[in-house]
Write a new protein. Structure first.
Length: 356
């Protein structure tokens, strides 16, 4: 990246890209507050998009374009890369993380909302790296000659697209893939699993390709905005409504299942009320942090999240009639989180007594 845009462009692009990536990633973390995963797992999704997926996409796209140029012509490669190579390479590489989740971490997936959170973070990471290149290059060209109207126009157009119109583009595409890939967790037939995942991935590739095509057609300067309003905005609103509905549903499932968890001894009866409200959870963590320190507060957050996951799994098991083995595993995880919380509080209490 430094070789392409230089060190000044790399630094300026990194700063500008972070202004977009941080709030976008924060929005997806907010969506998953009820059953928040550990920060390491969430960061791994962002890191995959920002590193492996982003750079593998750059290298593979360049190699495949050279192959297309040599096999057909440079004019063909000029169109073939954005219409076929780029959408296919980028969406497949981003979706690999979701495939890894459903294959090796499927017991951690409680539903589509969790898949949307992971998908959004993968897309936010990918966009973070991509925006460094686009924004850094535009800023470097403008800095070389601030009086150049073309450079100023290019910078304004890049900022408009990358920081205003398209901050959710890559997360949105991975969310579309996630609707099929995460849905396979509840399917038993191999054909159904492959079909759902493949169809969702192909839809994401097609949407990406249509958007790239709108930028290639030079005869209509307003086509890109027409495609944006007719295609991306409806898809964005659909996924936004779906995510908000799923988040609200998760909160209701948690609140409804907590009394049963208290009755079965998984949680303390006094914790039913604070666990059923995100506001009270936040107050609980702040109180623990103030009295016992950050370590105890992190243990509290983990216990709250695992208790929520157990509530959601209990609701699913009751509705579907299966999943008891996963429910038992989650119950043990809650017990472990509760034990870790007790140890963290006891350790801080002992240190306080020693100090006194």
């Amino acid at each position: 990246m430094g070789a392409q845009i230089g060190l000044p462009g790399l630094i300026s692009g990194l700063a500008a890209s972070a202004l977009v990536a941080v709030p976008v990633a924060g929005a997806f973390l907010w969506l998953g507050r009820w059953g928040q995963e550990r920060s390491g797992r969430l960061f791994s999704a962002f890191a995959w998009g920002a590193s492996v997926a982003a750079f593998a996409a750059i290298w593979s796209e360049e190699a495949l374009q050279r192959l297309a140029d040599a096999a057909v012509s440079t004019d063909f490669g000029h169109w073939f890369r954005p219409l076929v190579i780029t959408p296919f390479a980028e969406e497949v590489l981003k979706a690999i993380f979701l495939l890894w989740l459903v294959i090796y971490r499927r017991t951690r997936i409680t539903g589509l909302l969790e898949g949307i959170v992971y998908a959004g973070l993968v897309g936010a990471g990918f966009a973070f790296t991509e925006n460094i290149l686009y924004l850094g290059k535009a800023m470097t060209v403008f800095a070389a000659d601030a009086s150049d109207a073309h450079a100023a126009g290019q910078l304004a157009a890049t900022v408009l697209l990358r920081m205003v119109l398209l901050p959710f583009f890559h997360p949105l595409m991975v969310m579309v893939s996630a609707t099929g890939i995460i849905a396979v967790v509840g399917e038993r037939g191999r054909c159904a699993r492959v079909g759902l995942a493949l169809c969702a991935l192909l839809v994401a590739i097609a949407l990406h390709g249509i958007w790239d095509w709108s930028g290639l057609v030079g005869s209509d300067p307003f086509l890109i905005f027409e495609i944006y309003g007719a295609l991306l905005v409806p898809v964005f609103l659909t996924m936004l409504i779906l995510a908000l509905v799923l988040r609200r549903r998760a909160g209701k499932m948690v609140a409804a299942s907590l009394p049963a968890l208290a009755r079965d001894g998984h949680i303390d009866p006094a914790e039913v009320s604070p666990l059923g409200s995100l506001v009270q959870r936040r107050r609980w963590r702040k109180a623990v942090r103030r009295r016992r320190g950050r370590g105890a507060a992190r243990a509290t957050a983990r216990y709250q999240a695992e208790a929520s996951r157990l509530s959601i799994r209990a609701t699913h098991a009751q509705a579907t009639g299966h999943g008891e083995d996963v429910l038992d595993d989650q119950a043990r995880t809650v017990a472990e989180a509760r034990a870790d919380l007790s140890m963290a509080i006891a350790a801080t209490q002992g240190s306080v007594e020693q100090t006194v």
